[in-house]
Design a protein around this ligand. Structure first.
Ligand SMILES: Cc1cc2nc3c(=O)[nH]c(=O)nc-3n(C[C@H](O)[C@H](O)[C@H](O)COP(=O)(O)OP(=O)(O)OC[C@H]3O[C@@H](n4cnc5c(N)ncnc54)[C@H](O)[C@@H]3O)c2cc1C
Length: 419
């Protein structure tokens, strides 16, 4: 039986593995983590509205009923295309067909020294670290007698005005203005400054203009200071510089750039500027019709001539398409090109507000948020008590209570200074 190795148990890899159900192939899923992560709700963990277990499930548990699939915890380091081997940090695996779906990581535009000063949001560890920094900033402000330092502790800067930055800024405003208002005696959490910096002329640049304007309006209503054309030139332990302007802040969060997993470049085939592999229309790489690259790691133009976006639906549909092509190849049939079916684009802005672009129609405000909630409930696959968790979280959202108590596990002394 042909052996298929899938690297990555994210949206692309997991949906590919599921699509092989009952197929005459032996599938091995390799991931360096043991869980599949529902990244669209990660900022809710960072902002203490959900717990890690609510949005992550063991990959082997999700695939437990699929007899032709095995799951291995391993770190892939490269591919020997000639010998048809996936190289691991501690061994290798042979394959007949390979599907690479290792996604992306943060990019700091050549300033890797910014990483510890401004963490990005990609993994559960990132989310818990961001949560810790935010909560510890309020705790330290409560005890800080000096006004300028207290102000810096109560100033939160989010860099990057895409969906993740907008979601984080909105949620931060909501925590400070609504959830924490009665919890402190010496500070007013509602007076915290939330600053969202975007280097380009507009936030949510992938959305149509009326939705961008609606998002800006809703963020400003929440008290977020949105600054566009504000390209960050330096990040230090004291805060952020934008040209000659500087903002003193103890908590800086990064939502500005991504780079493809290094596995892409290791293939030695053409990649784009972010290191995404330029795949052929059938999702294989040039010269190797048995090697597929999908999801965030792949670069492919859509029907409009623009690169397909790095979103879950692209990864899912690519995963399913790669499987159809593998099975066609097994049967000796020609491979088919991938066609993306765009199901829409959404971003949420704090409590009960969002923007949603479904192409033929658009939604803003509360109805967009309801649509956002519905889509996320629907797509939380294989998670225990999916509906209960979401109802509990939605209730907490509507009553201004955080679903998760605002606790941080590491005391500041043990964790080091917050930054
Ligand atoms: C904070 C955040 C919010 C988002 N919100 C949305 C949203 O609202 N809507 C939307 O559509 N999209 C959203 N996205 C984007 C979406 O999550 C991605 O497009 C999608 O996850 C891409 O799927 P993928 O399978 O290509 O990669 P991923 O889902 O990132 O999966 C990659 C997998 O590969 C594994 N891996 C990586 N390197 C290795 C290695 N060397 N060896 C072994 N395993 C490895 C990782 O552990 C991971 O499990 C968001 C992303 C983030 C970070």
């Amino acid at each position: 039986m042909p052996r298929v190795v899938i690297v990555g148990g994210g949206f692309g890899g997991l949906y590919a593995a599921r699509a092989f159900r009952g197929a005459p192939v032996q599938v091995t899923v390799v991931d360096r983590r043991n869980h599949h992560l529902f990244q669209p709700l990660l900022y809710q963990v960072a902002m203490a509205a959900l717990s890690p277990g609510d949005i992550a499930s063991p990959i082997r548990w999700i695939l437990r009923r699929q007899k032709n699939v095995e799951v291995l915890l391993a770190d892939a380091t490269g591919v020997d295309l000639e010998r048809r081997r996936l190289l691991l940090s501690d061994g290798e695996l042979s394959y007949d067909y390979l599907i690479l779906a290792t996604g992306t990581t943060h990019a700091y535009f050549g300033h890797d020294e910014w990483q510890p000063l401004a963490p990005g949001l990609k993994t559960l560890e990132d989310a818990l670290e961001i949560r810790r920094r935010v909560l510890v900033a309020f705790e330290r402000a409560e005890r800080q007698p000096e006004a300028a330092t207290r102000d810096a502790l109560l100033t939160f800067v989010v860099i990057g005005g895409g969906p993740t930055g907008v979601e984080m800024a909105g949620a931060l405003a909501e925590i400070s203005r609504q959830s924490l208002t009665r919890d402190f005696r010496h500070i007013d959490p509602g007076a915290a400054r939330i600053i969202l910096l975007e280097g380009g002329p507009s936030i949510l640049s992938a959305f149509p203009e009326p939705l961008r304007a609606a998002a800006l309006h809703d963020l400003q209503k929440l008290g977020v200071d949105v600054r566009t054309n504000a390209a960050v030139s330096a990040i230090t332990a004291d805060g952020v510089s934008i040209g000659s302007d500087s903002i003193r802040s103890e908590t800086v969060l990064w939502a500005a750039g991504v780079a493809a997993s290094p596995l892409g470049r290791s293939l030695g085939v053409p990649v784009d500027r972010a290191g995404r592999v330029r795949v052929q229309p059938d999702l294989t790489i040039p010269g190797h019709p048995n090697v597929y690259v999908i999801g965030d790691l792949a670069s492919l133009d859509g029907e409009n001539g623009r690169p397909l976006p790095g979103v879950a639906q692209v990864a899912i549909q690519m995963g399913q398409h790669a499987v159809r092509n593998v099975l066609r190849a097994v049967e000796g049939q020609p491979l088919r090109p991938f066609v993306y079916r765009d199901l829409g684009n959404m971003a949420t802005i704090g409590r009960a507000s969002a923007v949603a672009d479904f192409g033929t129609f658009r939604l803003t405000g509360y109805f967009a948020w309801l649509a956002w909630l519905f889509v996320h409930i629907l797509n939380l696959i294989g998670f225990r008590n999916r509906l209960l968790v979401m109802v509990q979280w939605a209730w907490a959202y509507m009553t201004y209570q955080r679903a998760v108590r605002l606790i941080t596990t590491k005391p500041p002394a043990e964790a080091g200074a917050p930054r």
